[in-house]
Design a protein around this ligand. Structure first.
Ligand SMILES: Cc1cc2nc3c(=O)[nH]c(=O)nc-3n(C[C@H](O)[C@H](O)[C@H](O)COP(=O)(O)O)c2cc1C
Length: 210
């Protein structure tokens, strides 16, 4: 039995492709794995606060030195990290905004990258080294894009700071088993969008069945 965390990052509701695809993924997952448990976090429509001065002071100082004010500053982050660490599998729906993540999803990531909880920094003979703490997890990322040609080999490949960023930041915490699913061409609609949605659906069905 596994525990799955579904995260949606689009501010859009029914119009959102990434949101619709995570829903379909999880529905199919539940049919194949009826005993698995599901948690849900919607950072697109329930925004996560950006980091502030108290958060930074608290996150980079020993907990025994924390005043009640600093303890309060980390409370939500602690909850989000607990929720994140409890999962074995992640299904994340995220749009491309200006070639990267929406700011709301970046705020979420900033809250869960925590020294001592999701990553450690240790000394070695070669100097400081990063030690990821989120190990043995599987992640599926369903992206929605307005355009196409942003994947490897595409004409806009070098403008894609979304996939490389997600690989870097989740890999930094230890999650290296990441499968991407893309819905492209939202801006063009009609056949190109319909074809992309059909491809994404087929990939989801294959992945869940596997
Ligand atoms: C503020 C904003 C910025 C966007 N930037 C890009 C972009 O850089 N590249 C792209 O291909 N599409 C871009 N789009 C289009 C979205 O990626 C596309 O509409 C996608 O389907 C949104 O995800 P959703 O359907 O899950 O809401 C942008 C859309 C918005 C609203």
């Amino acid at each position: 039995m596994a525990h799955l965390l579904q995260i949606d990052a689009s501010p859009r509701g029914e119009r959102s492709h990434s949101r619709r695809m995570t829903r379909e993924f999880v529905e199919q997952w539940q049919q194949h794995h009826p005993n698995d448990t599901i948690a849900y976090r919607d950072v697109g429509r329930n925004p996560i606060p950006h980091l502030d001065e108290d958060w930074i002071a608290a996150a980079f100082s020993p907990p025994e030195q924390h005043t009640p004010q600093l303890q309060k500053a980390l409370r939500l982050s602690d909850q989000l990290v607990d929720e994140f660490l409890a999962a074995d599998i992640y299904v994340i729906g995220v749009p491309m905004y200006n070639f990267s993540v929406p700011s709301g999803f970046k705020a979420y990531i900033d809250q869960i990258v925590r020294i001592g909880r999701t990553v450690n920094i240790e000394s070695s003979d070669a100097g400081k080294v990063y030690k990821p703490l989120v190990l043995g997890k599987k992640m599926y990322i369903i992206e929605a894009l307005g355009d196409s040609g942003l994947q490897p080999g595409g004409r806009y490949e070098t403008m894609n700071h979304l996939d490389p960023y997600l690989i870097t930041v989740f890999g930094f915490m230890g999650i290296t088993d990441i499968t991407f699913i893309h819905v492209e061409n939202d801006e063009y609609g009609e056949n190109t969008l319909a074809e992309s949605i059909a491809n994404a659906r087929q990939k989801i069905t294959e992945l869940v069945a596997a």
